[in-house]
Design a binder for this molecule. Structure first.
Ligand SMILES: C[S@@+](CC[C@H](N)C(=O)[O-])C[C@H]1O[C@@H](n2cnc3c(N)ncnc32)[C@H](O)[C@@H]1O
Length: 309
């Protein structure tokens, strides 16, 4: 383990992606429940695939392959590929491709669920003299110190700081990553993440750590996730994406959290239970204050308009 403080971006990169990093040594599903762990989510994505006529689906940051495994039986004849730094999980069938890098071209749908929030950023803070300084962190303890003055046009444009102690995560790395990904797509590109826009930036930033299903102290030591919400308006401006809340996107794809009628429990108990489970998942995926608040950044290079407002 490196001793001494590092710029946050470097410490974060090592903590998640170095040889002993968090995502190299554990699967996301061991630590948190996301959209892709619900079959209703795959059902909605299958509807999107059908309505846009996509021939290929690339899941960027595929984790344990959960989305692709659930999608496989729902989208006949569509080529499925997981792009993931971690090795192919045993559960992923041979018919699904698995590779560490994005293909040069995606003909259909590129989806990245909870990828951008794990792209490391510089972290800055306004000091008592009104100077923006880079925040440094000790990778072993999480203890922070302020480093050199930090000049950033992105900060001035997208996340100006006002009061001493105000902090920001510099979104340029996310902007660049999604711009590159979208440039490869002929069809629809969707990034899904927690985020904020200029009107509701978190004043002290949103750097967090999670492990084993709960929030823990923020320490970039490789034992836990390090994440920060995405400045989605900046990414959208660069990629020409529409910003849609997940609850609205899923409603447009036919998801409905209404419970099945009670009579069905008598006439067809199996269908009733399936309906109840689907409604429960839809409710969780579309919840206020929960997954429904996710932002979908949608770029539609062919003008399908499936998710258009
Ligand atoms: C929070 S997990 C999300 C996994 C899954 N999409 C989900 O929603 O459960 C982030 C995943 O992104 C992967 N990842 C991060 N950067 C990547 C990159 N440049 N290429 C491929 N995978 C990447 C990590 O290994 C990790 O599995």
């Amino acid at each position: 383990m490196t001793r001494g403080p590092l710029p946050w971006r470097e410490a974060w990169e090592r903590a998640l992606y170095a040889e002993a990093g968090f995502f190299r040594t554990s699967r996301p599903a061991e630590h948190f429940r996301t959209n892709v762990h619900m079959t209703a989510f795959a059902g909605a994505i299958a509807e999107l695939v059908r309505s846009t006529g996509a021939r290929q689906v690339v899941d960027l940051a595929a984790g344990g392959g959960e989305l692709l495994i659930a999608l496989d039986p729902l989208v006949d004849g569509v080529e499925l590929t997981g792009v993931e730094l971690a090795p192919r999980p045993d559960a992923v069938p041979a018919s699904i491709g698995w590779q560490p890098d994005l293909p040069d071209h995606v003909d259909g749908l590129l989806i990245a669920n909870e990828w951008l929030d794990n792209i490391p950023c510089d972290v800055v803070e306004l000091d008592g003299e009104g100077v923006v300084r880079e925040v440094l962190v000790d990778p072993g303890t999480g203890e922070e110190t302020l480093g050199e003055a930090y000049d950033s046009a992105w900060l001035r444009d997208w996340w100006p700081l006002h009061e001493p102690g105000d902090r920001a995560e510099i979104g340029e790395t996310r902007d660049a990553a999604w711009t590159d990904a979208v440039s490869r797509v002929r069809g629809t590109a969707i990034a899904i993440d927690y985020g904020h826009t200029r009107g509701d930036r978190p004043p002290f930033g949103s750097l967090r750590s999670y492990a084993d299903g709960r929030e823990v102290d923020v320490v970039p030591d490789g034992s836990r996730d390090v994440t920060a919400h995405v400045a989605v308006d900046s990414v959208a401006a660069l990629t020409g994406a529409s910003l849609i809340r997940q609850r609205d996107a899923l409603a447009r794809l036919g998801l409905d959290g209404t419970r099945p009628p009670l009579e069905l429990a008598h006439s067809d108990p199996g269908a009733y239970l399936r309906g109840l489970s689907a409604a429960g998942e839809a409710g969780e995926l579309m919840a206020d204050g929960g997954l429904g608040d996710f932002w979908w950044l949608v770029t539609d290079t062919l003008g399908h308009g499936t998710l258009a407002t």
